[in-house]
Design a protein around this ligand. Structure first.
Ligand SMILES: Cc1ncc(COP(=O)(O)O)c(C=O)c1O
Length: 367
């Protein structure tokens, strides 16, 4: 039976395909694209996005966790998969069994992977992660060569890549340039010790457009591929891939002076038509958008009135007189960019699609 969800997200896979080809045009031919599909592909859907992208421009899938990597393998995706966040020694058997590449910063995890790989008769491929200035994860550059030499001596382990991560989205180039220099120096030292991994990667979306000289032979790109630029204007023609919608569930006419929502944070200043939409923070709609955000109904903006509830928000449709129950409202997409909502609540645009919860069904087109 057809269902009519009160809120849903429409994902245009053709837009992601298009964005990947735009990104590709900004890269050297030998540079591989690792599409970052962690956190359910930033809310766009891990499996459908990865399945399409790995056939259409992405060379690698980058996930945050071993579990996400396993989910991709179970969906019969056989492309290279990189687990970005630290894997635990406890996970070594799984990492090897599912042929996941892990970023590692210590000899202990390398030894656990070597043991698992030897037992399983496989090769564990590792990416030595170097902390050049993000201070989150990775071996210090001064210790990277020694770690690489020790790992190279382990049985059934291949050092496939050296990697790092930039701290700045689109901010000052100085720090990014400093990180890049530290990375290059560490790579040179490791190579001078006779260890020459075939891949080097440090760049993310911001670096692709703001620091392209850092692309090396692989970049790990997330947000740009979803059609969102968090670094302002770019020469790339990006198309937002996700449109989040909700329906008007109820409508009321209110006199001037009437309060709206929990804690009475809004009072009508005129006679108003208020629509109640079937979406709330329980679906991932940011509560900080209360009295700040707006939605689009019948091509016009309708401002949010009062606090965002768990399952509803109230919007002002006084100036949209033909708005009616069951009308669609656009919450996020080309008409309401993630950058706009993120600026209102003081967060990164990455968070906007990523926070859309699993009770919001996704529909797909453009396969
Ligand atoms: C290690 C790592 N690489 C790459 C990315 C992709 O970043 P972006 O979506 O800004 O391209 C992320 C995202 O957070 C990350 O954590």
């Amino acid at each position: 039976m057809t269902t009519y969800p009160r809120t849903w997200a429409e994902v245009d896979l053709a837009a992601i395909r298009h964005n990947l080809s735009e990104i590709r045009s900004a890269l050297a031919p030998e540079t591989m694209i690792g599409l970052v599909v962690k956190a359910d592909a930033y809310g766009h859907g891990l499996i459908p996005v990865s399945r399409m992208a790995l056939r259409s421009g992405a060379d690698w899938a980058c996930v945050a966790t071993v579990q996400e990597g396993v989910a991709l393998r179970e969906a019969e995706i056989d492309s290279p998969i990189l687990v970005l966040a630290p894997a635990l020694e406890l996970e070594a058997q799984q990492v090897v069994f599912y042929d996941l590449r892990s970023q590692i910063e210590s000899f202990d995890i390398a030894r656990a992977l070597s043991k698992a790989a030897t037992e399983q008769g496989r090769i564990a491929k590792v990416h030595i992660k170097i902390d050049t200035g993000m201070s989150r994860f990775g071996v210090q550059p001064s210790e990277a060569k020694e770690l690489a030499v020790r790992i190279a001596s382990l049985p059934n382990v291949e050092i496939e890549a050296l990697s790092s991560h930039f701290a700045f989205g689109g901010g000052p180039r100085d720090y990014t340039a400093w990180q890049f220099e530290r990375f290059r120096e560490a790579v040179c030292e490791i190579e001078a010790a006779g260890i020459k991994p075939r891949i080097r990667h440090i760049g993310n979306s911001a670096a692709v457009v703001r620091f392209p000289e850092s692309q090396m032979n692989m970049v790990r790109v997330g947000i740009l591929a979803y059609g969102i630029s968090h670094v302002g204007d770019t020469p790339l023609d990006l198309r937002p891939a996700l449109t989040w919608k909700a329906r008007i569930m109820a409508l009321r006419e209110l006199p001037a002076g009437r309060k709206i929502g929990y804690n009475c944070t809004y009072e009508t200043s005129r006679s108003s038509r208020i629509a109640t939409l079937g979406v709330g923070y329980g679906d991932g709609y940011h509560r900080a958008l209360s009295n700040q955000g707006s939605v689009v109904i019948r091509g016009k903006r309708a401002p949010i009135r009062g606090l965002v509830c768990m399952d509803q928000i109230m919007v002002d449709v006084t100036d949209i007189p033909d708005a009616t129950v069951s009308d669609e409202a656009i919450l996020l997409g080309s008409d309401i960019p993630a950058t706009e909502l993120a600026a209102l609540v003081g967060t990164t645009p990455h968070e906007m699609p990523t926070r859309i919860m699993s009770r919001v069904p996704r529909t797909y087109r453009g396969q």
